[in-house]
Design a protein around this ligand. Structure first.
Ligand SMILES: [Zn+2]
Length: 258
């Protein structure tokens, strides 16, 4: 997560949210409770920490069940540091924090593209990187930030997956499951993570370079509590908008930005 973009993009965010609601239609207004889908699964994240904020509790459920579960981090995270921190050192720090969190969750492996942040296009090498990961893991479900998540790198991660699925010619997942980091989404699937919320809490604590800057761990745990209480069933939940790949590409095309 990074802070500066939040207020700057508010009007655009509202417009995108309206287009998103129109694109996904009324079906998403009645979310269903579900167990995690069958593995293998890939959690695609823009920055180190998004994979746990958005889907850490669900990932831990996958791992407990023995599913093959891997994470892929797109951006190098060098812009997300405290003042005076060396950017090259920060890249290493954030990767090591993600590895620590992955071990706590039970990810089988974690991959880093080290793409430069704030890019306005998707790099060809990142398309090849993600295409190769999909071919190797053959995930049934791919998790990623939702198409309306309010951060440019999160938007470009949607563009990266949409283009990989359209142009890659390789593995196609059964479904794409969008998670929430910066912006609450309109879910169609809820997963009870009461049994793994403590694992998620410990995994979030790995991201010391980020939790020193803001209360991202408190925000993620608060959102899980909200999802559990709002939908009236449990102490903690994660919310997703799940669609077939072709539907994901269609919705992303209708709301895409910048
Ligand atoms: Zn992020």
């Amino acid at each position: 997560m990074r802070n500066a973009w939040r207020n700057r993009f508010l009007p655009r965010r509202l417009k995108r949210r309206l287009r998103y609601r129109a694109a996904i239609g009324a079906r998403a207004t009645s979310p269903t409770w579900s167990d995690p889908p069958e593995g293998p699964v890939l959690v695609l994240a823009p920055h180190s920490d998004d994979e746990i904020i958005g889907a850490g509790g669900t990932a831990a459920l996958h791992a407990k069940r023995g599913d093959k579960i891997e994470a892929a981090i797109v951006y190098d995270g060098r812009l997300g540091g405290e003042e005076g921190v060396d950017p090259d050192a920060l890249v290493e720090t954030r990767e090591s924090e993600s590895r620590e969190a992955a071990a706590r969750i039970g990810f089988r492996d974690i991959h880093f593209a080290r793409s430069p942040e704030s890019a306005s296009t998707v790099r060809e090498q990142d398309l090849r990187w993600l295409g190769a990961l999909l071919e190797a893991l053959r995930p049934r479900t791919i998790y990623l930030p939702s198409p309306i998540d309010c951060h440019p790198d999160h938007a470009m991660t949607n563009e990266l997956l949409a283009r990989t699925l359209k142009e890659g010619g390789g593995w196609t997942p059964t479904e794409v499951a969008a998670y929430e980091v910066w912006s609450p989404l309109i879910p169609n699937r809820l997963i009870d993570i009461s049994g793994t919320i403590e694992i998620k809490r410990r995994a979030l604590a790995s991201f010391r370079s980020q939790t020193r800057r803001s209360n991202i761990d408190g925000a993620a745990l608060g959102l899980a509590a909200y999802r559990g209480a709002r939908h009236g069933r449990c102490a903690a939940a994660e919310a997703f908008w799940v669609s077939p790949p072709e539907r994901f590409i269609e919705v992303w095309s209708s709301v895409k930005w910048p």
